[in-house]
Design a binder for this molecule. Structure first.
Ligand code: UGA
Length: 448
C-alpha cells in the first residue's frame, strides 16, 4: 500500500485515483475547484464515464479515496504525487503548461518529505525537466534540501472506456533517470499488467513524445481513412470494403479505421496542434500534421455540404440530430462534430431537434441560447416533422431504431449517416434516401 496524492481531478486524475485506490492504495485527490471537491465528497461525479460510479462508490466507501482543496492535506504522508492537470492549447497552439508548473511550484513550497512526482498530463518535450527546475528553485528559495524525483508517465485512457483502459493498460511508459524511483512507480502498476515487459522505461523526452506520437498516429490513420472515403464517394467504391481489407492485414490491424465526419474530443485535435507547434519550434516542416488537421476539418464541411446539396435550400428545413457527444459512452462535447453542424444549419435558417442519451445536460448549458435548436426526450421525438435524420454519434440505442414508425413521423424520409452504422439497402427498402460516408448514396427514386 502506498500513500498517493493526485493533483487535478479531471478525467485522468479522477479515474487514476479511483483505480489506484481500488488496488489498495490510500489516495487523496486534490483540486483547486472547491465546488467540484465539495460535490465529489457528496458522491457527485463531474462527468459521465461507464463503470466509474460503482468503482467510485466502492473506494470512497472503503475509505481509500479522499478529496481535498488543501495541498498540505494531500501531501501529508504521500510518497508519490501524480500531476494530472489540464495542459490546454496556448499561444500559437503550443501546449500551455502553466497550470502544471504552478501546481509543481505550489507543492514544492509545502513539501516536507521526499517525494516522487509523476507527470500524467500530456506535456511537450522538456516539461519534466522544467518541473524539476521549478521544484529545485522553490526548495532553494525555502533553503531546504528534500530529495525528489520527476517521472513522466503518460496516460493513454480513452473517454468512454477510461476505467477499463486504466485497469488494463496496453503499456506503461516511465520516463526518468533514477532507477529507484522508476522501480517504485513500476511496482505500483505491476498488478495491472499481464506481462511485466509492458513497462517501458526510457528518458523523459522520449516518454513525453510517446504520448503525442500515439495520438498523432491515431489521427493520421483516421484522416487517411477519411481521405480514402472521399475518394470512394467520388469513384463509386466502398470504404467499408476497403476498411475490411486493410483490417485483416496483420501489419495494419483493425482499429481506428472507421471513416466518418471527423475526429473530435479534447485530445486528438489538441495534441496534434501541440505536436505541430513543437515541430515548428525545432524548425521542422509540419506539412504532414497540417494535412491531418485539414482533412479532419474538411470532413465536417463535406457532411454539411451533402445535406445542403440534397435540399438545395436549407431555410425552414427541420433536422433530427442524433448524438451530440464527440463519441459514444461519454457526455464530452469538446470539439464534437455536432457543434459545427448545429451552428451551420441554424445559420442557414434550418431548425434542429437534438437528442443524445447522455450529453443532454451539458449540451443544454453549452447551447442554451441557440435559437432554432430544441432538445428532445428521445430519438423518436427528435424525428417529429423532420426533413432528415443526421446520425452524428454512433450510440448503440440508435442502431436498432424503429424506422417504420420513424418514417411515419417525418416530413421527408432521408438519413445522413455520419458513422456508417446502418444497412443502406434496408433503409431504402423502408423508403428512406440514405447518405453514408465513403459509399454511394442510395436514393429511393433510383430503386424504382
Ligand atoms: C484519445 C486516445 O485514444 C487515448 O489513448 C488518449 O489517452 C486520449 O486521447 C488522451 O490523450 O487523453 P479519446 O479522445 O478519449 O482518446 O477518444 P478516442 O476513442 O481515441 O476517439 C477520438 C476520436 O476519433 C473520436 O472523435 C472518435 O469518434 C474518432 N474515431 C475513432 C473515428 O472517427 N474512427 C475510429 O475508427 C475511431
Amino acid at each position: 500500500m502506498k500513500r498517493i496524492a493526485i493533483i487535478g481531478t479531471g478525467y485522468v486524475g479522477l479515474v487514476t485515483g479511483c483505480c489506484l485506490a481500488e488496488m489498495g492504495n490510500q489516495v487523496t485527490c486534490l483540486d483547486i475547484d472547491k465546488e467540484k471537491i465539495d460535490s465529489l465528497r457528496m458522491g457527485g461525479l463531474p462527468f459521465y464515464e461507464p463503470l466509474l460510479r460503482e468503482l467510485f462508490d466502492r473506494v470512497t466507501g472503503s475509505h481509500r479515496l479522499f478529496f481535498t482543496n488543501d495541498y498540505l492535506k494531500a501531501l501529508a504522508g504521500a510518497e508519490l504525487c501524480f500531476l494530472a492537470l489540464p495542459t490546454p492549447p496556448g499561444v500559437g497552439d503550443a501546449c500551455d503548461t502553466s497550470i502544471l508548473l504552478q501546481a509543481a511550484r505550489e507543492l514544492a513550497s509545502l513539501m516536507e518529505a521526499p517525494l516522487i512526482i509523476v507527470i500524467k498530463s500530456t506535456v511537450p518535450m522538456g516539461t519534466s525537466q522544467l518541473v524539476k527546475e521549478v521544484i529545485s528553485r522553490e526548495l532553494e528559495r525555502r533553503k531546504i534540501f528534500i530529495p525528489f524525483d520527476v517521472i513522466n508517465n503518460p496516460e493513454f485512457l480513452r473517454e468512454g472506456s477510461a476505467v477499463s483502459d486504466c485497469m488494463r493498460p496496453d503499456r506503461i511508459i516511465l520516463g526518468g533517470e533514477n532507477p529507484v524511483a522508476i522501480a517504485i512507480v513500476r511496482d505500483l502498476y505491476l498488478p495491472l499488467l499481464s506481462d511485466p515487459n509492458k513497462v517501458l522505461v526510457m528518458d523523459s523526452l522520449s516518454a513525453e513524445l510517446s504520448k503525442y506520437a500515439a495520438n498523432a498516429m491515431l489521427a493520421c490513420r483516421l484522416s487517411f481513412m477519411n481521405y480514402l472515403s472521399v475518394l470512394c464517394e467520388t469513384a463509386g467504391s466502398d470504404i467499408e470494403m476497403v476498411k475490411r481489407s486493410l483490417g485483416f492485414d496483420e501489419r495494419i490491424g483493425p482499429h481506428y479505421l472507421n471513416a466518418g465526419i471527423g475526429f473530435g474530443g479534447s485530445c486528438l485535435p489538441k495534441d496534434l496542434l501541440a505536436l505541430r507547434a513543437s515541430a515548428s519550434e525545432y524548425g521542422l516542416p509540419t506539412h504532414l500534421l497540417d494535412t491531418i488537421l485539414q482533412i479532419n476539418e474538411e470532413m465536417k464541411e463535406r457532411f454539411f455540404d451533402k445535406i445542403q446539396e440534397h435540399f438545395s435550400d436549407l431555410s425552414g428545413k427541420r433536422f433530427a440530430l442524433w448524438g451530440l457527444s464527440f463519441k459514444p459512452e461519454t457526455d464530452d462535447l469538446r470539439k464534437a462534430p455536432s457543434l459545427y453542424l448545429i451552428q451551420r444549419l441554424l445559420e442557414m435558417g434550418a431548425s434542429v431537434q437534438a437528442y443524445d442519451p447522455v450529453a443532454m445536460p451539458k449540451a443544454k448549458i453549452l447551447m442554451r441560447n441557440y435559437e432554432g435548436l430544441t432538445f428532445c426526450e428521445d430519438e423518436y421525438e427528435a424525428t417529429d416533422g423532420a426533413d432528415a435524420i443526421l446520425l452524428v454519434t454512433e450510440w448503440k440505442t440508435f442502431r436498432l431504431a424503429d424506422f417504420v414508425r420513424i418514417k411515419s413521423m417525418m416530413r421527408s424520409a432521408v438519413i445522413f449517416d455520419g458513422r456508417n452504422i446502418y444497412n443502406g439497402l434496408e433503409l431504402r427498402h423502408w423508403g428512406f434516401d440514405y447518405y453514408p460516408v465513403g459509399k454511394p448514396a442510395l436514393r429511393t427514386e433510383t430503386a424504382r
